[in-house]
Design a binder for this molecule. Structure first.
Ligand code: PGA
Length: 253
């Protein structure tokens, strides 16, 4: 059975009090309305990690993650945060290669391999993001584009390593735009991703890898998207900042 995962990506939102309030609300709601089969991951900005970790301590099925990590282990890299630091603050997951990192910070497929290595070496589960921009979708080459992202970044890993990676498919044209991929479009790409992974690592391994959908996922569309056979959950941006919406998405399985 593949893990069902709903991860919230807060991006650069929320001062300390807001982060604490949001986390407390989510914890309380999930206590009252437990969803035992779903792994919930909160990915706040770095400065919130300690505070959020304290609030989720002892709550089953809620885990902590970073939004990014350095490709280096340590050293003179001002402003960077290592995977080891994240792990030492209680993180178990880290988002790698979000399209905003690729676009605004020029993160390449090769750099993302190094970040993934750092995450795995520190026992963090990478949530590895892939996804095509609008012009690629319109040209009809989106499957090849996404497969190439995965090949270049992840195909040097072993079967045991890849099993510990979660993939998030996030079409860039659907992120923060209110325009979601249809459940059929998500399923089509998720199946293509799984098949691509199977071609390299074998279908038994590919069948174990959770593939999340991200891009304007909301309480009113999550149920349909999550019902698709190759969709194992979601990476949620905007809606993860509203406790009620986030918990309703978690309850959409
Ligand atoms: P969104 O963001 O849900 O606000 O579209 C998703 C993401 O970027 O992870």
């Amino acid at each position: 059975m593949r893990k069902k995962i709903v991860a919230g990506n807060w991006k650069m939102n929320g001062v300390q009090e807001e982060g604490q309030k949001l986390t407390s609300e989510i914890v309380n709601m999930l206590r009252d309305e437990p969803q035992k089969d779903v792994t919930v991951v909160l990915n706040p900005p770095y400065v919130h990690l300690h505070g959020v970790n304290k609030l989720i301590a002892g709550v089953k099925n809620i885990h902590l993650g970073g939004q990014n990590c350095s490709d280096k282990a340590s050293g003179a890299f001002t402003g960077e945060i290592s995977a080891e630091m994240l792990a030492s603050f209680g993180a178990e997951y880290v988002i790698i290669g979000h399209s905003e990192r690729r676009e605004y910070f020029r993160e390449t497929n090769a750099l993302l391999t190094e970040k993934t290595k750092q995450a795995l070496a520190n026992k963090l589960t990478p949530i590895f993001c892939c996804g095509e921009p609008l012009e690629i979708r319109e040209s009809g080459t989106h499957e090849d584009y996404v497969k190439n992202q995965l090949t270049e970044s992840l195909f040097g890993f072993s079967e045991n390593e890849i099993k510990n990676i979660v993939i998030a498919y996030e079409p860039i044209w659907a992120i923060g735009t209110g325009k979601t991929a249809s459940a059929e479009q998500a399923q089509e790409m998720h199946a293509a991703i799984r098949q691509h992974l199977a071609g390299k690592f074998g279908s038994a391994v590919a069948d174990e890898i959770s593939i999340l959908y991200g891009g304007s996922c909301k309480p009113d569309n999550a149920r349909e998207i999550f019902s698709k056979p190759d969709v194992d959950g979601g990476l949620i941006g905007g809606a993860s900042l509203k406790s009620r919406d986030f918990v309703d998405i978690i309850k959409s399985f």
